[in-house]
Design a protein around this ligand. Structure first.
Ligand SMILES: [Cu+2]
Length: 109
């Protein structure tokens, strides 16, 4: 984690003197992501925290034949983090509850 943060800061200082990467938290509740839709900046990390039950995943929708991230199954107390390096809108869902449990990460410059 320390080396990751130092690398992020080093890159940020090269490309934008005032940019500091942030960690943005999203909670997994009983049946939702909260907040459901968030906006972050390039280089920020989203950290999902699973509060209790049932099992969930945070899995990005397909972009072509690729996915940006996949937490795999998380249980209460688990966390999962992903750094977003490219701007765009990343829709995602829980593979166990895909119809009702979804959200989006909008990444801006
Ligand atoms: Cu779920």
């Amino acid at each position: 984690m320390i080396s990751f943060n130092l690398r992020t800061l080093a890159l940020a200082s090269v490309f934008a003197a005032v940019a500091i990467a942030a960690e943005v938290k999203v909670k997994m509740t009983f049946a939702t992501f909260f907040p459901k839709d968030i906006t972050i900046k390039v280089g920020d990390t989203v950290k999902w925290t699973h509060g209790s039950f049932p099992p969930h995943t945070a899995t990005s929708d397909m972009i072509g034949d690729m996915i940006e991230f996949d937490s795999h199954i998380m249980l209460g107390g688990d966390t999962y983090s992903h750094e977003f390096k490219q701007p765009g809108v990343y829709k995602y869902h829980c593979t166990l509850n895909p119809i009702t449990m979804f959200g989006s990460i909008t990444v801006v410059e």
